[in-house]
Ligand binder design. Sequence first.
Ligand SMILES: [Zn+2]
Ligand SMILES: [Zn+2]
Length: 229
Amino acid sequence: MSDPMSRGAAERKSTRKRQLPVRYSEDNEYETKATAKTNEKREENRLQKEIDQLKSENDDIVGKNETMIALQKEMETERDEFKRKGEEMRLNTQIIMEELRASKTRIPDLQKEFQEKCNLHKAESAKLKKMTNELLQLKNNVDPEHEDKNEREKIENLKKCPYCRGYFTNESVAPLVLKCGHLLCKRCCIVDYEQNGSIFCIGCQNAEPIANVEEIDAFPICHSILSIM
Ligand SMILES: [Zn+2]
Ligand SMILES: [Zn+2]
């Protein structure tokens, strides 16, 4: 079965072993043992180194793992904070939306209320104005001084031409009596005739046409007015 060559080699080896002297054999055994021990020690050192390496790697991994756990925790905290803020924002938005909806329904009510108040104010203002006028009227009725003033004003107005507001005189601003019975100064009569061919009476709000300037000369002068000047 085994090949003849290797069997031959084995035989040669055993033959040589047999031929070794005893002392040499012991030495050889001792050497073998020492070599084995050295190898063992070397192996042990190698294993120790490997163990140290593995330990160091393990420490590294443990360190990294701790860092990762810390990071994870940090991330979880941040995520919780984010979540909390999100929820807060959602609630705030909800509140704002509700307030907005409420104010939307309130606006027409407020507008209506405002309009009502405006109307009330207007009515009160009108009432107040009316009352003030009534009071003023009452005051005028009971205040003789005021009555005198009114009378004086009326008389003063009679002394003036109703159109140019100039005081009547004997000459160019003479108080002429128009056909309707109202007064107008001579100067205004001439100007009106020259510009429009008619004379406009303020009292009647009517323009009376005249043919020539002699018609103006024919208007009588109101001596009663001149007598109170
Ligand atoms: Zn006049
Ligand atoms: Zn008139």
